[in-house]
Write a protein that binds this ligand. Structure first.
Ligand code: GDP
Length: 694
């Protein structure tokens, strides 16, 4: 089966926006128009479209999949879902990894909101070419040129309008296409779904000419030949402008700007034209980098070995586990056996599906540049590379931050215990920043995530999607334990109780290795003092002890553990004895190595009107926080700082009270830092009372 669309006609895009800018509305309209393209031209009286819309709306054209396929002007577009909330920046990052271009959506009234800057900068980090869409032109206070200036100044983008609005607020009637120099006027009868082209109204002509000149100049700047022609003739042709704009957009030297009112169906079709004309196909951007070997890259083409990135896992009610894969190179067939190179496991591809707004299309094969959902990749997790087993490769992994908040969770009715467990594991499969653990001693299930809100959403999904009502405990900080000194010593596990005894003897050295280094196990035993087959047992025992640290019952991190000597007994030594010796030995030595606790510190950003600067600053300082920067942005001030997570619970309420609800904040995990001594004592005492230290 050949590909349906040539690679040059494939677009993988996402919409980035601040909450409330209109991303959902805009996505719905895109799907609506794409679903009906073949009709739009034919329909002269708008009623057919009008009849169709409410039904379709009732059925709901909403994006429920991680990537939705649509067609526009002979192109296949995958619309990749990107979340708008900052608690889930990892979701933003992961979608930015798999898309080739984006629409940055702004509200014509709100403009560049301080928090949307973060997403913009993330997209720059991943070199994502962008179009801007200034939405809500119909709202009172809409200001196209004001927002344009903000995009230029505050985001530092070379933003160039390719359309300008005709009227604004209630009088927003259409747009002027600055390339064609035509007015596009939306028919109010059809609620904007139908439009026609006409000459630019006389009173708008001068402004249109001014902005056309700006656009032509910006195009000419991009290329010497065009510049010469421009200097000679004073203008460029349509074809020349599209071509140079596309190249400049792909190279991120220009951000073309569109506008409209998605809610009123205005401007969306022209935006889609912009997507196919200006954003790149998968093979028109620099090729992907590979983590294991910079020379081991792949061309984005069908006839090279297959490679793809699993970027999202979702559960489908009918089908079960769906793995969304971005194919970077080669061709994937249903029934293929492929390698998951991240886990070194073979996986069989079941069905391959292309997800549309209202149906799933089974495919026999999928090609370079495609985004598809794959059934059957049972062991594949988010962020894994899958590839041709004869030509293994590791694609640059997606970096996931560590979960920092934990709560205990239990089903409201005892009978739901098993269902809760299953549901939690399904959710953890989907979301690499969410983990589930079972505390055997207290018989508690503990879930951990990126923030209070993240866990609240999980609990809500348990109820809505899995029908399990759960009670949760108070949110707790995910502390870590580490040692501040190195120690070494011997531990013998000896048991002689009737029958066969147990014997294992280990000499361990514990050394702190510094923040973020994780765990390293070194085997330095020489002369066969411990047989080779018991070495993994020792490592297992150490890992077990580290899961539940001896100091306060938190995981131990950033340590090197070296097994440097020991002894064994011909008959009484076995796997279990060595595990036990290592576990107990580690515990004993760790407590001598001046253990300490580490706590997650969050990067917090508060946006506040100037008058509340005082209360905002003290709200950070009172929480053991440090203010790093203060910036002015229009009438607002942005206060950024670092605050331990433990102090941030309930901050939303406190901030609301202190600022009469006028300030807002966002936070993301920054790093782990040692906990002050006095606080460590309190934590250890509390953990002892809760029976968490053993
Ligand atoms: P999201 O949070 O970015 O997904 O935003 P939504 O699409 O849910 O839109 C937020 C609100 O803005 C909703 O009440 C929409 O009806 C409204 N909205 C979206 N687009 C427009 C628009 O073009 N004009 C006006 N006036 N309202 C809009």
């Amino acid at each position: 089966m050949a590909r349906q669309f040539p690679l040059e006609h494939v677009r993988n895009i996402g919409i980035m926006a601040h909450i409330d800018a209109g991303k959902t509305t805009c996505s719905e309209r895109i799907l609506f128009f794409a679903g009906k393209t073949h009709k739009l031209g034919e329909v002269h009286d708008g009623t057919t479209v009008l009849d169709w819309m409410p039904q379709e709306r009732e059925r709901g054209i909403t994006i429920t999949s991680a990537a939705t396929s649509l067609e526009w002007a002979g192109h296949q577009i995958s619309l990749i879902d990107t979340p708008g909330h900052v608690d889930f920046t990892v979701e933003v990052e992961r979608s930015l990894r798999v898309l080739d271009g984006a629409i940055a959506l702004f509200c014509a009234v709100g403009g560049v909101e301080p928090q949307s800057e973060q997403v913009w900068h993330q997209s720059e980090k991943y070199n994502v070419p962008k179009l801007a869409f200034i939405n809500k032109m119909d709202r009172t206070g809409a200001d196209f040129f004001g927002v344009l200036e903000q995009i230029q100044k505050e985001l530092g983008a070379n933003a160039v309008p390719v359309v300008v609005p005709i009227g604004k607020e209630e009088q927003f009637k259409g747009i002027i296409d600055l390339i064609k120099m035509k007015a596009i006027v939306y028919d109010e009868e059809s609620e904007g779904r139908i439009y026609h082209e006409e000459a630019i109204p006389a009173d708008k002509l001068e402004k249109a000419k001014k902005w056309r000149a700006f656009l032509v100049e910006k195009c000419a700047e991009q290329c010497d030949t065009l510049l010469e022609k421009f200097v000679e003739t004073g203008d460029l042709t349509e074809a020349e402008m599209w071509d140079v704009l596309r190249r400049a957009t792909v190279a991120r030297r220009v951000v073309p700007v569109y506008c409209g009112a998605a809610f009123k169906n205005k401007g969306v079709q022209q935006l889609l034209d912009g997507v196919v004309k200006l954003l790149p196909a998968p093979n028109q951007i620099p090729s992907i980098i590979c983590s294991n070997d910079p020379n081991n890259t792949r061309a984005v083409a069908d006839d090279v070995p297959f490679s793809g990135l699993a970027f999202k896992i979702m559960a489908d009610k009918h089908i079960g586990k769906l793995t969304y894969v971005r194919i970077y190179s080669g061709t994937l067939h249903a029934g293929d056996n492929i390698l998951n190179s991240s886990r070194d496991k073979m996986q069989r591809v079941g069905r391959i599906l292309r997800m549309h707004a209202n149906r799933q299309e089974p495919l026999e094969e999928a090609h370079a540049g495609d985004i598809v959902a794959v059934v059957g990749l049972s062991e594949t997790k988010t962020g894994d590379t899958i590839c041709d087993s004869d030509n293994p490769i590791h694609l640059m992994p997606i970096e996931f931050p560590t979960p920092v908040v934990s709560i205990s969770i239990a089903p409201e009715s005892k009978g739901d215990n098993e269902r809760l467990g299953e549901a939690l594991h399904r959710l953890a499969d989907e979301d690499p920043t969410f983990t589930v653990a079972f505390d055997q001693e207290t018989s508690e299930t503990i879930i951990s995530g990126m923030g209070e809100l993240h866990l609240e959403i999980i609990v809500d999904r348990l109820k809505r999607e899995f029908n399990v009502t759960a009670k949760v405990g108070r949110p707790e900080v995910a502390y870590r334990e580490t040692a501040t000194n190195g120690v070494e010593g011997q531990y013998k596990h000896v048991k002689q109780s009737g029958g066969r005894g147990q014997f294992a003897d280990v000499c361990l050295r514990l050394e702190p290795t510094g923040s973020g280094t994780g765990f390293e196990f070194v085997n330095d035993v020489v002369g066969g003092h411990i047989p080779q087959n018991f070495i993994p047992s020792v490592e297992k025992g150490v890992v077990k002890a580290m899961h539940h640290g001896p100091f306060a019952g938190y995981p131990v991190v950033d340590m090197r553990v070296t097994l440097y000597d020991g002894s064994y007994h011909e008959v009484d030594s076995n796997d279990f004895a060595f595990q036990e010796a290592a576990r107990a030995g580690f515990k004993m030595l760790f407590l001598r190595a001046h253990p300490t606790l580490l706590e997650p510190v969050m990067s917090v950003e508060v946006v506040t009107p100037e008058e509340f600067m005082g209360p905002v600053s003290s709200s950070i300082c009172q929480r053991r926080g440090r203010i790093e920067t203060m910036e002015a942005k229009g009438d607002f001030r942005i206060v950024s700082g670092l605050v331990p997570l433990a102090e941030m619970f309930g901050y939303a309420n406190a901030l609301r009270t202190a600022t009469q609800g006028r300030a807002s904040f966002s936070m993301v995990f920054e790093h782990y830092e040692p906990v002050p001594f006095a606080i460590i004592e309190e934590i250890v005492k509390r953990r002892r009372e809760q029976n968490k230290i053993r």
